[in-house]
Design a protein around this ligand. Sequence first.
Ligand SMILES: [Mg+2]
Ligand SMILES: [Zn+2]
Length: 222
Amino acid sequence: MIKPTKPIIFCDFDGTITDNDNIIAIMKRFAPPEWETLKDDILSQRISVQEGVGAMFSLLPSSWKEDITDFILQNARIRDGFREFVTFTKERGIPLYIVSGGIDFFVYPLLEGLVEKERIFCNGSDFSGETIRITWPHSCDDECQNGCGCCKPSIMRKLAKSGSFRIVIGDSITDLAVAKLADHVIARDFLLQKCQELHIPHTPFATFFDVIRVLEAMEVKA
Ligand SMILES: [Mg+2]
Ligand SMILES: [Zn+2]
């Protein structure tokens, strides 16, 4: 087998780098019950992720910023082996980008000291109004009509040079569109099921030590 060259990694955040989904955790703890309807509407694709997430956060007063941030920093857990995985990619010279539908006010602090800000793509937030407003610095390009919010396929199109070997690491429905464009997917949970169903080339993972082993076995060369 020809060894893949010029690898580039796009790694999801919620439920991939962290054990759980942080937006769900915030809503469960802080939002009035309407958030559940919005979540169901997103899952059944009645509304886009962008619409749904925007509406969910608009249920929360901006003045709760500190409480919400403290809650996430205390409760989120980074998956085992992530630090070692980041070191591994650096040693091998493999570009690593974090592509996240999460929000800057919890994604950046949780990745502090692990991944540089320039390598993180996520949604923004504005606490200047009565309620929290989500901003969308990485919304869909002309080739995507999904209303992703943070559009992972658009980011991949922008960053992956032609001929590079595109690796996606993820866990959920929000990674599926970009997984379909990848050369190899490292997946858990729902995304793993989908990769199996759709015959997308993939390997399962539970921790980032598994991810390191997958990359070592593939002998990806930068
Ligand atoms: Mg996820
Ligand atoms: Zn999109």
